[in-house]
Design a protein around this ligand. Structure first.
Ligand code: GAR
Length: 203
């Protein structure tokens, strides 16, 4: 079994899609254990409680490694450990310290609203519109020490329409995110992700 910790900062719709999927997935090998937010006002906290998942908020007085040490302490408390756990970043808007990444090596996933390596960082949908690309999408990847640069697990493409605004494009990407992230969590739990250098092979 895999014990899952989810890190959020806001709305938490990706978190919700994972939790919904896990409830419906008979024989799932994933146990959601805790949702941790970097912001006390995150809407996702209430959503997590409705699923009966314990939640926790990290004090924003802490910085850098101190902040992440607090998260790791909570993950350990809920038995989400490097040997049995998976940490999903779901709209988590902080960069993880390299210590955190090293401790949970290849056990932290992130979802990003572009086809990486294009448009990393913030406002990826706006970056895509401004650049004039015809196709964008979303990516689930393992987190490494760089910015949105870790090994790519899976991607879904979304066509950019001439009439698209930031909101319409973001909504269509989000629909795909909600399908992609639970699928990747399932692949991980079934040990179907083989990592060779920076390539992830789905077996
Ligand atoms: C999602 O679109 C996610 O891909 C993006 O934030 C949104 C969070 O929505 N994440 C990033 O941009 C990370 N760099 P949610 O809170 O409803 O899941």
């Amino acid at each position: 079994m895999i014990n899952l910790g989810i890190l959020i900062s806001g709305r938490g719709s990706n978190m919700e899609s994972i939790l919904k999927f896990l409830i419906q997935d008979e024989g799932s090998k994933v146990r959601p254990k805790v949702v941790i937010s970097s912001k006390p006002e995150a809407e996702g906290l209430e959503k997590a409680s409705k699923f009966g998942i314990p939640t926790s908020v990290i004090s924003n007085k802490l910085k850098g490694w101190e902040f992440d040490k607090e998260i790791i302490g909570i993950l350990q408390q809920y038995d989400v450990k490097p040997e049995n756990g998976l940490v999903c970043l779901a709209g988590y808007m902080r960069i993880l310290s390299s210590e955190f990444v090293r401790i949970y090596k290849l056990r932290i996933m992130n979802i990003h609203p572009s086809l990486l390596p294009s448009f990393p960082g913030l406002n990826s949908q706006k970056q895509a519109l401004d650049h004039g690309v015809k196709i964008t999408g979303c990516t689930v990847h393992f987190v490494d020490e760089g910015l949105d640069s870790g090994p790519i697990i899976a991607q879904k493409h979304v066509e950019v329409l001439e009439t698209d605004t930031y909101d319409t494009l973001s909504d269509r990407i989000l629909e795909q995110e909600h399908l992609l992230y639970p699928y990747c969590v399932k692949l991980f739990s079934e040990k179907r992700l083989l990592i060779q250098d920076r390539k992830v092979i789905v077996t």
